[in-house]
Design a binder for this molecule. Structure first.
Ligand code: SAH
Length: 390
């Protein structure tokens, strides 16, 4: 098998599975893009098997510490283990991320389950070349009605893979409804897997919706960056006094309105830039939720991103009434938990208010974090309550 020899002190010697171009001492046997290759240290000792793409900054991604073929047997075992983990974790395995890339030992493979339907992404070249085998294994293990390939991530460009959306198995599904167990009685969401902006539901926030809904009874709630109404609907169903939901996307706001109707609740859904909305808002709230998209995709723009978070934190805190609660989320890997919490604290100092931490949120068990691969951790959230003015 062709392969690469890795320089000393590279990430793989510390438990990581990625090899960057700068960590390669030399290649041997002429490996080709998309190949399965062997990894060796500088003394020729084997370090396992990886998938290879010299076009990517991450030239190799380890798939096993042993010799391993990327074949049906391997996919069946790894996908089977991933499904079992979700089934044992207590969350609804029919509405969950079934496979999550490095965290499930399948770099670049993401599978989301929405009831009877599966959405597949293959974000690495080797996995993209093996996508039909992945689909066959998914069909064998889960008997879905359909499997859709939604390779529309901008990450594909870095790997040199074409962006496309394709039916891989079954009939193209119409819009359908799933029920999330965020509150008693469930919250219904309309799902459009073919055209929906990001499939209509962020699975990674389902636990947070439930936790925040527990705080919402009788409260005036503001859900900023609401997408299709995840927090807003859960809070409304949990008995909030009023719910306002803001998103800049027209289709997200329309979906929020349709979902509110579907659930028989009232949500005031406003299409607006959340920064401007927060700036000009004259109402007060008991619970303000901030769940923006990642403001930074790299380390370079981290300072700018933190300024953005600070602004919404400051404005969010100022809208809180007595005992008000701020729930703020960050889905950027580059902003650490500590940095993000510090950002909220710094905004509270500017607002001359004190905050008490009442909950810390992280990733659901269907998005497992491997601490040896820090890039698997991205989502963090803090729930804080105003301390009475002193
Ligand atoms: N809270 C949602 C997920 C939010 S995803 C949930 O729990 O399901 C981030 C959302 O922010 C997207 O819907 C996007 O349309 C919206 N968004 C991005 N920039 C925005 C801006 N400047 N103002 C308001 N919404 C914005």
């Amino acid at each position: 098998m062709a392969g690469i020899i890795i320089k000393p002190r590279a990430r793989v010697f510390h438990g990581h599975d990625w090899v960057y171009g700068s960590e390669i001492k030399k290649t041997f046997g002429d490996p080709q893009p998309g190949d399965v290759i062997s990894l060796k240290d500088f003394r020729d000792r084997p370090l396992g098997t990886a998938i290879y793409n010299p076009e990517s900054q991450i030239v190799a991604r380890r798939i096993s510490r042993r010799k391993q073929k990327l074949d049906r047997e391997f996919l069946l075992r790894r996908i089977g283990q991933a499904i079992e983990l979700r089934e044992r974790s207590g969350l609804d395995p029919r509405l969950a991320r079934i496979v999550w890339s490095e965290s499930d030992g399948l770099p670049g493979v993401i599978v989301d389950r929405y009831g009877d339907h599966l959405v597949l992404q293959t974000l690495t070249l080797a996995m993209s070349l093996h996508r039909q085998e992945i689909v066959d294994v998914l069909v064998e293990l889960l008997s879905p009605a359909s499997v859709i390939l939604r390779n529309d991530s901008p990450m594909l460009v870095a790997e040199g893979i074409e962006q496309e959306t394709l039916m891989m198995y079954g009939e193209r599904p119409d819009t359908f409804v799933v029920e999330a167990p965020s509150v008693e009685g469930g919250v219904k969401f309309e799902i459009d897997l073919m055209d929906g902006q990001k499939t209509g539901l962020y699975l990674d926030q389902l636990d947070a919706h439930r936790e925040i809904a527990k705080l919402a009874k009788g409260k005036r709630v503001l859900d900023c960056f609401c997408n299709q109404g995840g927090f807003a609907l859960a809070c409304a169903k949990a008995g909030a006094a009023s719910v306002t939901a803001v998103d800049s996307s027209e289709s997200a706001i329309e979906a929020t309105r349709r979902n509110a109707e579907l659930n028989g609740v009232e949500v005031n859904a406003v299409q607006h830039n959340a920064f401007d909305f927060l700036k000009h808002c004259e109402d007060q709230y008991d619970l303000v939720i901030l769940d923006p998209p990642s403001f930074t995709k790299n380390k370079k723009s981290l300072n700018n991103a933190m300024r953005g978070y600070k602004e919404i934190h400051l404005r969010g805190i100022k809208l809180l009434d007595r005992d008000g609660i701020l729930a703020s989320y960050c889905c950027s890997h580059h902003a650490s938990r500590e940095l993000f919490l510090q950002n909220i604290v710094s905004a509270s100092v500017d607002a001359k208010r004190s905050l008490r931490l009442i909950a810390s949120h992280g990733q659901r068990l269907d998005h497992p974090v491997l601490p040896a691969i820090p890039e698997t951790e991205y989502l963090k959230g803090f729930v804080l309550q105003l301390v009475p003015s002193r």
